[in-house]
Design a protein around this ligand. Structure first.
Ligand code: FEO
Length: 407
């Protein structure tokens, strides 16, 4: 059945041929509130190249967009910049349909794709800094080259960028991306607040553990003098207007610059830990610190990760349930440990009935994160006035410390 999807022209010889996933709400544990896009790109040159493919279920949409520009069987090269299934899921079928001359990927990409598909895909591994010719010097549009830049762990060990120097065009796979389904394809068509909000949420949930490597990569790109007019990630809008802005955001987030902000997370069984959380927030707010209170009964772990990205303090409250921390707190703290946020101050609080182990467990988790504890408040059953005053004081202490030490 013919499908109605059209390619979107980016330059005279580069087209967006990806897919929109309006309904996806989970990306391996990250809640994608605004859906996503799987971006792939077609380069029209003497050798026609397809850069990345899409999630398996969206193969027909991508093929339809390609067919709106050229006969897909004319594709000579496929480049797989990243082996994760949202970009490679349809690769085996696309290879069968297109029969390209070559499929290029990084060395680690070749191993990862073999591990995913077990189909004996014929892949051509490329080196960091390697390049291929897409058009020769006397081609009508001039020469066109595709260079490969390894970007290990941005997002996976196999990840690489592809770059066309003649067009100053960077295909950056996950880097500089965001989960945002939108009919707009370009950064200047999306409100600035939404770009920053979703790019930060993506960074916090996907890239934060690799902050050190990202800083090194940004430095490498800077030193190499790589000029970028357009950066096209595999998710979200294409940066044709404000690539420098998102690059600066990446510097800030990778450095994990903390602000005068405190995040309070808690869950509650019968309202006691909630009362304590509210008293702590009262104390925090007296100091002028920016306070984000996230009740975990209604807040997703990816909301928490996004808020913690630049918060100078994390204050976590948990009742004791069967000698353990409450399940939602355990979920969030496990997720957070994997994201490896840099140390900051913390405090813990919670109610208990008889044994009260939750705060001991929570403190162990905070210590494993390298966070500095500045206090703890416990309540037996229901907090009385004395305990609530202690909570108020804990909030004041945390807020004052953040305000005094951070900008
Ligand atoms: Fe968009 Fe790491 O996959």
């Amino acid at each position: 059945m013919p499908m109605p999807f059209r390619a979107v022209k980016i330059t005279d010889d580069i087209y967006w041929v990806g897919a929109l996933d309006w309904g996806v709400r989970d990306f391996h544990g990250y809640q994608t509130n605004r859906g996503t896009t799987y971006n792939s790109f077609l380069v029209l040159s003497e050798k026609i190249a397809l850069i990345d493919t899409v999630k398996y279920e969206f193969k027909d949409e991508m093929m339809s967009r390609i067919a709106s520009v050229i006969d897909p069987s004319k594709i000579d090269y496929i480049i797989s910049n990243h082996a994760e299934m949202d970009h490679s899921g349809s690769l085996p079928d696309v290879i069968k349909a297109v029969a390209p001359e070559k499929v290029f990927t990084s060395k680690m990409g070749a191993a990862a794709l073999a591990g995913h598909f077990h189909e004996g895909l014929e892949l051509t591994p490329v080196e960091d800094g390697g390049e291929i010719t897409l058009s020769c010097t006397n081609a009508p549009g001039g020469p066109l080259t595709l260079k490969f830049i390894e970007t290990r762990f941005l997002h996976w060990p196999d990840s690489m960028f592809s770059y066309i120097p003649e067009r100053k065009f960077l295909f950056s796979q996950d880097a500089f991306g965001m989960h945002l389904a939108s009919t707009e394809r370009f950064d200047d068509q999306v409100p600035d607040w939404l770009l920053e909000c979703e790019a930060a949420r993506y960074f916090a949930n996907i890239l934060l553990p690799f902050s050190g490597l990202i800083l090194k990569l940004l430095e490498k790109l800077e030193k190499s003098g790589l000029e970028v007019d357009i950066a096209a990630p595999d998710h979200g809008p294409i940066w044709r207007n404000s690539f420098n802005i998102v690059k600066n955001w990446y510097h800030r987030w990778s450095n994990q610059e903390l602000k005068q902000k405190a995040v309070v997370i808690y869950d509650t069984m019968w309202g006691s830990t909630e009362l304590m959380a509210n008293a702590i927030c009262e104390g925090l707010s007296e100091t002028g610190v920016n306070v984000k209170l996230l009740p975990l009964s209604v807040s997703h772990r990816s909301d928490v990760a996004a808020e913690i990205l630049d918060a100078g303090a994390l204050i976590a409250g948990s009742p004791t349930l069967n000698n353990q921390v409450f399940p939602t707190i355990a979920d969030n703290m496990t997720y957070l440990r994997g994201l490896k946020p840099k140390p900051r101050i913390c405090a813990t609080f919670g109610s208990f009935g008889w044994s009260g182990e939750s705060l001991k467990h929570l403190d162990e988790i905070m210590a494993a994160l390298g966070f500095e504890s500045i206090g703890q408040v416990k309540a037996k059953y229901v907090p009385d006035d004395k305990v609530l005053r202690e909570c108020l004081e804990l909030g004041r202490k945390a807020g004052t410390r953040v305000m005094d030490t951070l900008k």
